[in-house]
Design a protein around this ligand. Structure first.
Ligand code: KG4
Ligand code: ZN
Length: 348
């Protein structure tokens, strides 16, 4: 009789300002995770300082590993593979994770898996409920804004994408214009909670296309703020944050509705992925939409929306099953568009 063995994957994430390691069983059962955030340090400088980030990853990664192994009551010997975020992100940080993963893979003789950060955000949804294909994925992050149809594991059809900026990038820029501290996106959300939609801003991509645009909205916020200052008027930051957020989220929800209406007969659920899925207003509006459309919605709990290694270990599981392994020539890549890569195991 064939007995299916449980698969334990140790995931490593260091692409930005979180050093995180996690052990996940069978792609969805979290055994233990440690996330060490550098946010307070970078907040002193108004944003992530890459040099400081990579130094802190180097200083902390061994300690993070020890901590997660202790919590899991496991040793590296007991895991089946080592997965690491190899792209995209800050090169220095990625390098720390990739080289650390290679050493573990070599010393403990475990297969190495090169996992894309965006795959991690997508597969974080497996922690809630197993993905049900075909599905519609809304990816909203610092570098991505996409509507993607997934017909199976790692099978993507991009239905719509941003023509310019990503939504997270736009939130971060608006935070800067409003002079809000790092991290930008969450602070814009906090300000919006206290404001009213009193400023008029243009509605982007008001057409039937599934593509997005955020640069016009971003410029409108910048111009409005400059004009108010030049006229000697006070910029009502809470109201501008709320006016911006309403328009940005409305666009995302409107496009998601268009995609649901177009593909309703084909898709079983809608999943949301990426850092901006931590935004409470977006979560509420998507919930309303999916209730109205009578379609299942999956959004990871908040702690899995922001960067963590749990999602990396989840995303590596289908790669493990396929035998999609990397070798020691694996290189960290600061920029790699996920959905155009023919293979997730890019190790040239
Ligand atoms: O998915 P992510 O880690 O970025 C990439 O991997 O590219 O998400 C980071 C982005 C940042 O732009 C951040 O400002 C935004 O997600 N973000 C938010 C919130 N939390 C994080 N944006 C709006 N509201 C939030 N609560
Ligand atoms: Zn991320």
């Amino acid at each position: 009789m064939l007995v299916k063995k449980d698969v334990y994957i140790l995931g490593i994430e260091s692409s930005c300002d979180e050093t995180s390691i996690s052990i996940v069983k069978n792609g969805y059962e979290e055994i233990a995770t440690t996330v060490l955030t550098q946010m307070d340090t970078h907040a002193l400088y108004g944003g992530v300082v890459p040099e400081i980030a990579s130094r802190m990853h180097t200083e902390n990664i061994t300690m993070v590993l020890e901590d997660v192994l202790k919590k899991a009551n496991m040793s590296v010997d007991q895991v089946d593979a080592i997965a690491v975020t190899y792209a995209p992100g800050l090169l220095g940080g990625l390098l720390v994770g990739v080289e650390f993963a290679k050493v573990l893979s070599l010393v403990y003789d475990k297969p190495l898996i090169a996992t894309h950060h965006i795959a991690g955000h997508i597969y974080a949804n497996n922690l809630v409920d197993r993905l049900e294909f075909p599905l519609l994925a809304l990816v909203v992050s610092g570098g991505h804004t996409e509507l993607v149809k997934m017909s199976g594991d790692y099978q993507f059809e991009v239905l719509g994408t941003t023509k310019d900026d990503a939504i997270g990038e736009c939130y971060d820029k608006v935070a800067r214009v409003l002079d809000l501290p790092y991290p930008g996106g969450p602070n814009v959300e906090k300000y919006a909670l206290k404001g009213e939609h009193t400023y008029e801003l243009p509605k982007p991509m008001d057409n039937d296309s599934l593509d997005f645009s955020f640069s016009g909205l971003k410029s409108a916020v910048i111009n409005l703020s400059h004009n108010e200052i030049q006229r000697g008027h006070e910029v009502r930051k809470y109201d501008l944050a709320k006016s911006f957020q309403d328009v940005a989220v409305e666009q995302v929800v409107r496009k998601t509705k268009l995609a649901i209406d177009k593909y309703k007969d084909e898709i079983k659920e809608v999943i949301v992925a990426g850092g901006v899925s931590a935004n409470g207003y977006l979560r509420d509006e998507l919930k309303k939409l999916c209730d109205e459309e009578n379609i299942k919605l999956s959004i990871p709990p908040l702690k899995y929306c922001t960067d963590n290694a749990t999602m990396i270990a989840c995303a590596a599981y289908p790669q493990f099953l396929k035998g999609d392994f990397a070798d020691l020539s694996l290189r960290a890549q600061s920029q790699e568009y996920f959905f155009s890569s023919p293979s997730v195991n890019n190790n040239q």
